[in-house]
Design a protein around this ligand. Structure first.
Ligand code: ADP
Length: 717
């Protein structure tokens, strides 16, 4: 419908109008036909009524005539004249004429000569006449005699004057039986047929009808017309037979105004038809146009809406991309920042640890201990940011580790007891007896969560106590093999309002920045706790009341172990000594290039490597690495990634392109500690990865697995 052009629409409307007009014409035709049929029915009915009455009257006239004939028959005596019985005949004739007013007179002939007439007055002229001599009457007389049946004659000119119809019944003697009797005479009854017609209702019928009659002398359709117009007997008109004793007449009629083939309503209906058709066409045109316009408008609005939606979607997508970019930028910034912070911190911690392992005076040892503790605090802050960045970028995974539950609780106790004493708080750790002694889970993350929660409790409590408790709880899932532990860190500190409890797990959110400043913090601790606990498939929450203290709890699944895991909890100096003792025999005598631009890191790495007997050639960038390799053969390279002039990745690629250094062990050493950084360096062709700050045990392990004593690069021939 939408695609119809105006011209097409006009044509359709026109066709519709023509069709509806045709329908109306058809209806008009039907109505006209019904009208015509009804007209004919009316004519049939009216004519029928008249015919019935006429027939009745004609027949009753005949019956009377017949009655007189029968009576007269009884009078017939052989050899006597009927006239001798004139009185009786007259009495019967009088009776008849008074009964039916249109019977003018009764005449009786002996043979063919009229001998009797009643009333005499006005009819006496007929007496003595012989029918044979009256040519207008003789044929019917003859017919009656020959047929021995009653016959109607006329209408005809009467001898005594005027016109009339005559019912004649021949009289026969009964001597030889009814059908063989001798002809005696004729009983004739003259009927004023005009009066008869009127008394049958002709005038009434002729008010609406034109009527004609034929059948002179009772001859029916073959008789002459004796009343009305000839043409009324045309086929189109109504005709009816009037049957009576001695003959029949045929009546014909049509409406006085002629046949009307059109109903009086047909013109009005035709006009109405034209008007309605026109109206239908116009309405149809405007309805369709209206609909087209409405569809057009709806389409326009829907297009406009679509455009608006598309525009908004685009805006949202741009906004989303921008937000993602901003988030990426934030993550990048945090990654870079942590890298930049970790690099010097790496040196500080490493050197402090090395110094700790030396012979020191008590004062120096206490200074160094403070340096190590401050650096550790700083490192934990940086680790928090790094952890958050890792979780945020989806790079944090679980690193399950077997451990002794009591050990990590002891560790926490050691750390926080000191802080509690400093703040005059009570600190306690409580382990329920149903907690398994040895378990496996991500120990690092568990420790970080507990450290954060206990750290907060200490931070926000000025009086009273802080406690850490752990107990076993039933698992929600019956088929779960894990053991669920519930850790609760309670304090009697400032508490958290219900409203603030909703926001504290969101990153960088602190209840009141000014208060937080008083307590220090990044607003990341709880957010990391929540993410780590979720990562461990657990749940975390808080109940608290302002000024009443807080209870932070979390529940995690752990795998209970039957045996004590092999694990050392030595001090870092003891660990270093142990690691050196184990690695030195394997690494002693090797030579490596250390590609590192940071002086402190150089010193730390050189010291750690020298401790296990490894000779170190230091290069400050990739170019120096290439030139050093041309001067001395080495067992491998420890390669920083971010260096001036030529970075670690470019240097590695160049070396791998040189057949001599195709399988030279290259170990990345970088503070870019993310999973994707590791993948990047391995993809560039490096053999392994050591994160900064350097875990010396890991460094020695990687060197042992990558370097081989007998393999020097370039190969010596
Ligand atoms: P922050 O490093 O600032 O402590 P967190 O994410 O660990 O960040 O904590 C967010 C905020 O939640 C804190 O700034 C503090 O307002 C509130 N909060 C956390 N722990 C406690 C506690 N034990 N008692 C009272 N308030 C706390």
């Amino acid at each position: 419908m939408k695609q119809l052009s105006r011209l097409q629409l006009l044509l359709i409307c026109l066709l519709l109008a023509v069709a509806s007009q045709q329908l109306f014409s058809f209806m008009v035709r039907l109505i006209d036909e019904a009208h015509y049929s009804r007209q004919r029915m009316d004519v049939v009915n009216q004519l029928g009524r008249f015919r019935l009455d006429l027939e009745q009257r004609l027949n009753s006239t005949f019956y009377i005539t017949q009655g007189i004939e029968i009576l007269i028959s009884t009078l017939i005596v052989e050899g006597t004249s009927l006239l001798s019985q004139q009185d009786k005949i007259e009495a019967w004739a009088r009776e008849a004429t008074t009964r039916l007013p249109y019977i003018n007179n009764v005449a009786v002939s002996e043979a063919y000569i009229i001998r009797f007439t009643y009333p005499m007055e006005g009819n006496s002229a007929a007496l003595g006449h012989n029918y044979r001599d009256i040519p207008t009457q003789w044929p019917t007389v003859q017919r009656a005699v020959q047929s021995r049946m009653p016959v109607v004659a006329g209408p005809l000119q009467l001898i005594q004057g005027g016109t009339g119809i005559i019912c004649r019944i021949p009289l026969f003697s009964h001597a030889q039986g009814k059908n063989h009797g001798q002809f005696v005479g004729i009983v004739s009854m003259v009927v004023d047929y005009q009066a008869l017609l009127q008394s049958a209702g002709l005038a009434e019928a002729e008010k609406t009808l034109s009527i004609a009659m034929r059948g002179k002398d009772g001859l029916g359709a073959s008789g002459d017309i004796f009343y009305g117009e000839d043409d009324l007997f045309a086929v189109a008109n109504i005709s009816q037979k009037v049957s009576f004793l001695g003959g029949e007449w045929l009546l014909a009629a049509k409406p006085k105004t002629g046949w009307s083939h059109e109903s009086p309503y047909s013109i009005r209906l035709s006009i109405l038809g034209y008007l309605v058709s026109l109206l239908i066409a116009v309405l149809c045109y405007f309805a369709v146009r209206g609909m087209q316009l409405r569809i057009g408008a709806a389409e326009y609005f829907s297009k406009a809406l679509e455009l608006r939606v598309a525009e908004r979607t685009q805006q949202l997508s741009i906004a989303k991309t921008e937000a993602e970019k901003a988030n990426e930028a934030k993550s990048d910034f945090l990654a870079v920042m942590t890298h930049e912070l970790r690099t010097p911190l790496n040196s500080i911690l490493g050197l402090a640890q090395l110094t700790e392992a030396m012979e020191l005076g008590d004062l120096q040892r206490s200074y160094i201990a403070k340096v190590v503790s401050s650096a550790n605090l700083l490192l934990s802050l940086i680790n928090n940011i790094l952890s958050y960045t890792k979780v945020e970028s989806g790079n944090a995974g679980l690193e399950p580790q077997a451990f002794v539950v009591a050990d990590i609780l002891q560790k926490l106790n050691d750390v926080f007891e000191i802080q509690a004493t400093e703040k005059a708080l009570l600190f306690s750790v409580e382990v329920a007896s149903d907690v398994p002694s040895f378990v496996e889970c991500d120990k690092g993350k568990l420790l970080q969560v507990l450290t954060n929660l206990c750290g907060n409790a200490m931070k926000f409590t000025e009086r009273g106590a802080v406690s850490l408790s752990v107990r076993r709880i039933a698992s929600d899932d019956e088929g779960d093999d894990n053991c669920w532990l519930r850790f609760v860190v309670s304090d009697s500190g400032v508490g958290i309002s219900e409203q603030d409890q909703q926001i504290i797990f969101k990153p960088f959110r602190q209840i009141d920045s000014s208060v937080a400043r008083q307590y220090q913090g990044s607003g990341l601790g709880l957010s990391i706790c929540q993410r780590f606990v979720q990562l461990m498939n657990g749940r975390i929450g808080v109940t608290s009341q302002l000024q009443q203290g807080s209870q932070f709890y979390f529940e995690i699944p752990v795998r209970p172990l039957a045996n004590r895991p092999a694990e050392s909890d030595l001090s870092s100096a003891q660990r270093l000594q142990k690691a050196v003792a184990a690695s030195q025999p394997l690494l002693q005598g090797m030579t490596v290039i250390l590609a590192e631009d940071n002086r402190f890191n150089q010193t730390l790495a050189v010291a750690l490597l020298n401790k296990v007997g490894v000779t170190v050639k230091v290069a400050e960038n990739g170019l120096q690495v290439l030139s050093l390799l041309e001067q001395i053969p080495v067992h491998g390279i420890l390669m920083d990634i971010q260096m001036p002039k030529m970075d670690g990745l470019a240097t590695t690629e160049q070396l791998r392109a040189d057949r001599r250094f195709y399988d030279l062990p290259i170990i990345a050493m970088t503070a870019n500690a993310m999973q994707e950084d590791k993948q990047k360096v391995l993809a560039a062709g490096m053999n392994d990865f050591v994160a900064k700050p350097i875990n010396f045990e890991h460094l020695y392990r990687v060197l042992i697995s990558c370097l081989q004593h007998e393999k020097l690069y370039p190969e010596q021939v």
